[in-house]
Design a protein around this ligand. Structure first.
Ligand code: ADP
Length: 159
């Protein structure tokens, strides 16, 4: 049987428990889930790509079924490079939908053989985003339970 590979792309700046929840659900759908960090020149990230890769690897370990990579260029091209037939994205609220729908339809137009699937994290993470986590961290708020402890520590050091 051929291995089913999924790609879970995002900024992961930084990784949150919402991301991890989606990742664990994606792992039930595919034999291998490639976590892919977009190298985006337009956004000014808090953590470098290398730092983000390091943080995610620290949590998921050296598991060959969950490799962590970075990419630039078209998502569908990277998906083809790693042999992925699924792109996994998370949906939190209706506000995510419009942008996600546009991306999914554009990616389908570019490469019809790759399917985008949307997963919902636990309700308790439905308001968790990297952006909000950074804001709360900057203002010294409590992030326990929302990000992994190692990420929380790095946020405190960084900010
Ligand atoms: P991007 O800049 O591509 O949106 P993010 O790192 O913010 O990158 O998010 C990556 C993916 O993870 C997106 O599909 C996003 O909707 C999903 N995601 C992030 N946080 C959550 C959460 N708390 N619950 C469900 N999905 C989430």
């Amino acid at each position: 049987m051929t291995e089913r590979v999924a790609l879970y792309p995002g900024s992961f700046d930084p990784l949150t428990n919402g991301h991890l929840d989606i990742l664990s659900r994606a792992r039930r759908l595919a034999d291998r889930v490639v976590v892919a960090i977009l190298e985006n020149d337009e956004k000014t990230p808090l953590f470098s790509v290398a730092e983000r890769i390091g943080m995610i690897r620290e949590i998921v370990g050296d598991d060959p079924s969950t490799p962590v990579r970075s990419f630039s260029g078209l998502l569908v091209d990277f998906a083809k490079d790693v042999g992925a037939t699924l792109i996994v994205r998370g949906l939190r609220a209706v506000s995510d939908y419009e942008y996600e729908l546009q991306m999914a339809l554009m990616n389908r137009r570019l490469t019809p053989s790759i399917e985008t699937v949307f997963l919902m994290a636990k309700e308790e993470y439905s308001y968790v985003s990297s952006r909000l986590v950074k804001e709360v961290a900057k203002l010294g708020g409590d992030l326990s339970g929302l990000v992994p402890e190692s990420v929380r520590q790095r946020l405190v050091t960084k900010l």
